[in-house]
Design a protein around this ligand. Structure first.
Ligand SMILES: [Zn+2]
Length: 467
């Protein structure tokens, strides 16, 4: 394990064995509402059987809190699934509206094409009308010029004045028709031109009518589209509101799950054993066994094969490989709230930071007291509980891949406590807030506390101590 942070995790072990003696009178045995108090009191072996019984009762009360949290999570889950149903329905509605909007948009586009076409036709008509008008004007001038010449021949300008004083061409034609002063062919041409122009004007009027009609239709569709878009926006606003609510519920659920995880983590630290029993034990035995009996050594002390500080011995082994008690002894700390195979480099869960599921084991071999750490253990097959005593070779847990790991392995450390008595060691560990390093530290300074250069507590090279 690479220890990068020396954060002491949510460890409730230890602290102040003496405090509860004075406080216990004030709290009824059945009032467990001050869980912090009880967690602290029950984090260590108790003075006598009556106190141990109280911790047993607290343990079952504390476990019931998990059930309440589970209920809460169940309710939150059903709320979230209801919201999900609603969101699904609304989102389907939004999709349907979008289809309508797309359809209306394509209709608007068709209308636009229609309008553009009509507009082009009107431009063409305008050109034609202008040309005819030019033609008529030209013809008008020709007729007037001729009339002017004929006036000279007639010797009078009375008729001319009459003609030239006409309001417009039609008026003039009417007048000159009466006078029979223009040729039949002129009359015919002008009549035809006027008729053509009239026809074109009519066509233009019709096109204008069509254009107005198309524009009205388009405006109508546009209005429908805007209504649909408004509806869509409203639905989307609803979806967003639901999504916010869902996030809020999920947050509550995460919090409840975290509470459960904390409760489970703390549960493991509720100690129902009695201190007196531990004091009287005799823990001496012959060899210190390596807790992982099979597997392959993948890294030793004090450095990784590739460099980098490494304060323990790593044995790579498949998840579920037995981890045994190195000698007769007692569990000081045991916690397995994490799933067996959640490891990755940088995953600093567990206590100590990055250890994942972990055990601290206390034993005495040939008069020397040792504290032995085992990290990255599996959640399953985790038999160890704080205060539990084991015989050498007993299976206490299984190897895993939890915490700051790059693959399934067990990280083991050995702290030599010298001639410290078992009960002193228990008290010291509890008072330290479960310091797995026993004051030797975790960084490079720990190298100044190896047993080759320092007295106890000091760090042993596990590969030299284990048999
Ligand atoms: Zn390691």
């Amino acid at each position: 394990m690479k220890i990068k942070k020396l954060v002491i995790g949510i460890c409730s072990i230890g602290m102040i064995v003496t405090v509860f003696k004075s406080d216990v009178q004030q709290i009824s045995a059945n009032d467990f509402s001050n869980t912090d108090y009880w967690l602290e009191k029950c984090s260590v072996a108790q003075e006598n059987a009556a106190e141990a019984q109280k911790c047993r009762e607290f343990k079952s009360y504390y476990a019931s809190l998990t059930d309440k949290k589970e209920d809460e999570i169940g309710k939150l889950n059903s709320e979230v699934s209801k919201i999900k149903d609603n969101v699904d329905q609304i989102e389907k509605g939004v999709k349907d509206i979008q289809v309508v909007i797309d359809d209306l948009q394509s209709k608007i586009n068709i209308q636009q094409k229609n309008i553009d076409k009509i507009h082009m036709e009107m431009i063409q008509l305008d050109i034609k009308i202008k040309a005819i008008k030019k033609d008529i004007d030209l013809r008008d001038k020709v007729v007037k010029d001729r009339m002017m010449n004929e006036q000279v021949n007639m010797g009078t300008n009375m008729q001319l004045e009459m003609i030239m004083g006409s309001n417009d061409l039609i008026d003039m034609i009417r007048k000159i028709e009466g006078l029979k002063k223009i040729t039949e062919s002129d009359q015919k041409d002008i009549k035809k031109l006027l008729k053509d122009k009239e026809k074109l004007d009519l066509q233009k009027k019709e096109q204008q009518r069509l254009e107005t009609d198309a524009k009205e239709k388009q405006a109508e569709i546009q209005k429908k589209k805007e209504t649909a878009e408004k509806m869509k926006k409203e639905q989307e606003r609803l979806v967003n509101a639901y999504r916010l609510k869902e996030a809020e519920l999920n947050e509550k659920m995460r919090s409840a799950k975290a509470d459960i995880s904390t409760i489970r983590n703390n549960m493991i630290n509720i100690n129902t054993s009695v201190m007196d029993n531990i004091k009287d034990e005799n823990f001496t035995s012959g060899d210190l066994l390596r807790p992982v009996r099979s597997g392959v050594k993948s890294a030793g002390t004090w450095y990784y094969p590739g460099g980098g500080l490494h304060l323990g011995l790593d044995y790579a082994a498949p998840i579920g490989t037995p981890v045994v008690a190195p000698a007769d002894g007692i569990i000081l700390y045991a916690s397995n709230p994490y799933s067996s195979n959640n490891g990755f480099l940088g995953n600093y869960i567990g206590h100590p930071s990055g250890a994942g599921n972990s055990i601290q084991y206390l034993t005495q071999v040939n008069g020397t007291t040792y504290a032995i750490s085992m990290f990255h253990l599996a959640q399953e097959g985790f038999i160890a509980t704080p205060g539990a005593k084991f015989k050498q070779g007993d299976v206490i847990a299984r190897t895993g891949n939890s915490g700051n790991t790059s693959g399934p392995h067990c990280h083991m450390e050995v702290i030599n406590l010298g001639h410290m008595s078992m009960s002193d060691a228990i008290q010291r560990f509890n008072a330290s807030g479960a310091d797995f390093a026993w004051g030797t530290g975790w960084g490079n300074s720990a190298l100044g506390r190896t047993c080759s250069v320092s007295g106890a507590p000091c760090r042993e090279r596990p590969e030299e101590v284990f048999r």
